[in-house]
Design a protein around this ligand. Sequence first.
Ligand code: PFF
Length: 467
Amino acid sequence: MEQKRAQWGSRLGFILAATGSAVGLGNIWKFPGKAYEGGGGAYLILYVAIVLLIGMPCMLSELAIGRASQSNMVDSFKRLGHKKFTWTGWVGWVAAVVIACFYFHVGGWVLRYVYAYLAESKEVYADPLGFFYGALGYDSVTGASRFPWETILFAFLFTAACAYIIIRGVKGGIEKFNKVGMPALFVLLIILLVRSVTLHGALEGVMYMLKPDFSKINGHTLLSALSQAFYSLSIGMSIMVTYGSYLPKEDDLEKNTLVVCVMDTLVAIIAGFIVIPAVFATLGSESVGKGGGFAFVSLAGVFREMSGGVIFGFLFYLLLLFAALSSCISIIESVVAFLTERFGWNRTKTTLVSCIILFLAGCLYTCSQAAFDIKGIWFDFVNGITHPAFCDAMEFVTDRLLIPLCSLGCCIFVGWVWKPESAVAEAERCGKKFRMAKAYSFLIKYVAPAAIILILAVSLFTGTTLS
Ligand code: PFF
């Protein structure tokens, strides 16, 4: 039974939803630390170039596959007459499933901290690391472990919020949420930016971000910026194919891609100008870091040092919450779209059952952080089979293998099999000329696949972490 496919209600609706997907924790807690390591302004220049030359063609290709096939990621290749590429769809879908498992829980930690800055800021300030460990079920004084049920409860609430939005549908749920969530996120960004750059001593951080120090750029920085661009633009995880499939035929793919990439990059850069000057002004430049430990532990020291820190801390975690929610709903939508379309299942029941299963599987992620010693599995050609902590294994599998592999499949498919002309024709359906068509064809055929092969090779053959 063929159901009528959902569509975005407006072009703005799509842009806000796709930007919401792209703007996530990657922009706020990964990008600033990477920009600092990569020489501030020098990294910004490098990153913008990568987004333009590699990120944009890859995103446009995924949107074109989605809109042309009018299908979820797994079935899209078959719909376009190339069943052999269905493996790419599966890799992207599995990436979405694994990421969703742990993002539900990371979203739960963020919600936990929104609450903490409202009600328990004294406890956070007294011992930021102890508080963080405590939230993950580990008592840093006695060394005792327990099931972190409060944090799991917050993750459950976060999951429930995602499920609710997905059940309301593409237009009535995802688009509606992002129409409020994205403007709110931008307002929060501006408030935090103004606070940060007006702190006494912030100027040094601002200058660091503006002055390009090219001596910090090396092969590793380049590859790390490349993998950051894929993650940040939500490429290689089946999201953009799914979101593209809800685009009306008259929408301009070239312009939409440009706007989403610019917005995502802008948010990352603004986050850099919030985090770096604030750390320089309070704890000193040597405290700049990245990832969850930095966002939850080090930044508590930053907020403690500034006047009005509790309020700004609360606003910062609220910002993270909006970013996490809008990203998470995009990934759940990709998981659910496949299940409902392939098996004809009911959207509400499928969403509920998938969210429950993914949430339960993700409990292992939170529990393996500090409370329990749960091991995962990983393989690379340097270290062979290893058993990293379960949480790390989940991130290794997605960042180092599934996302690059899915992106590579999409590039090869569009560049060499479906052909760039088909993607260009899809982009020109709106009646407007695809002005960068020639450059696009070259980049998607040669440059993007070469870059992804490099990421895969370095991850697998040198065992290096690029995230
Ligand atoms: N673009 C997102 C980010 O930068 O955080 C990546 C992402 C992660 C998208 C998790 C969706 C998701 F559920």
